[in-house]
Design a protein around this ligand. Structure first.
Ligand code: PLP
Length: 290
């Protein structure tokens, strides 16, 4: 039997989502989080390694960025083989890798792109520097369908000067008021992405409010009961779930709501396998309440 014969009686594949991310050996964040999330939602994850990290549930000790050519080769091999319904980008690891990924995704402008701007670990270990943030803004933001920063990342990205920012006579770029998250969202959308979903876990308040913005301003705001733990991989779970729901055919507002509901459940069922942070249970529906 030839390979082509076997396809005639195989079931059609689930929606396919391509992920660019760094590995996390704890299984809490990064590529492993994305794969678990997408599998849990019934999607097929394609995984391109952008960096290898050394970490435990307490923090990141080190990381090795992948050679950009290897990133491109991994991605192009699978993109040329399989129909991809959505792309999700997490930790990238180097400026050169940002440029390489930007070039690959520019060949697929019709595939929705979710960009999770991973700037640091939960403990605050830096996973991106100023140069990498500038490259993200210049090369990836204009190709992004939904950007998913937490409020800290939204403020840091919105503070980044643009290439054409006017400098005053003292040589300083005008300071932007980033205390207001709506102002940050406006600015991030002006820099090229279509939608921004800013998560509010780091803001004050009894509830966590996550807000979706488009060019007209606030599109949707969802308030969630604040859970007590500190979680490793919550942002990765949310962004990959969003990519998964887009791949399943939902529009951005619906996919953002479903992704938040799913992520909240994973956090509620989270567990603490080591000595550090809790890990969201992406397979909570398998494990049940017990
Ligand atoms: N990707 C990798 C490889 C990481 O190590 C981390 C954090 O340590 C993240 C992404 C971001 O994780 P979170 O979802 O907790 O923001």
């Amino acid at each position: 039997m030839s390979l082509s014969d076997s396809s005639s009686f195989s079931t059609p594949p689930p929606p396919i989502v391509l992920v660019f991310a760094g590995t996390d050996p704890t299984g809490g964040a990064g590529l492993q989080a994305d794969i678990l999330t997408l599998a849990s939602l019934g999607c097929h994850p394609l995984s391109v390694v952008t960096a290898v990290t050394v970490q435990d549930t307490i923090g990141v000790d080190d990381y090795l960025p992948m050679d950009p050519e290897w990133i491109v080769d991994q991605a192009r091999s699978v993109l040329e083989d399989m129909p991809v319904a959505a792309i999700k980008i997490g930790m990238i690891g180097s400026v050169e890798a940002v440029a390489a990924i930007a070039e690959v995704v520019s060949d697929y402008p019709d595939i929705p792109l979710v960009l999770d701007p991973v700037l640091s670990s939960g403990r605050g270990d830096p996973l991106a520097n100023e140069e990498l943030m500038a490259a993200l803004i210049d090369l990836l933001l204009p190709q992004t369908t939904v950007l998913t920063p937490n409020s800290i990342e939204a403020r840091r990205l919105a503070e980044e000067p643009e290439d054409d920012d006017e400098e005053d006579e003292g040589g300083e770029a005008d300071a932007r008021d980033t205390s207001d998250l709506a102002v940050c969202a406006r600015h991030l959308i002006d820099m090229g992405c279509e939608f921004v979903l800013i998560t509010g876990a780091h803001e004050q308040g009894a509830q966590v409010v996550n807000t979706l913005y488009n060019t007209r301003g606030v599109m949707d705001a969802q308030a969630w009961e604040r859970l007590p733990g500190s979680y490793h991989g919550s942002g990765c779970t949310l962004a990959s779930a969003l990519a998964g729901f887009l791949a399943l055919g939902q529009d951005v507002a619906e996919a953002a709501r479903e992704a938040q509901a799913y992520t909240w459940q994973t956090l509620k069922h989270g567990y603490r396998p080591g000595m550090g942070q809790f890990i969201p249970d992406r397979m909570y529906w398998v494990h049940g309440d017990e």
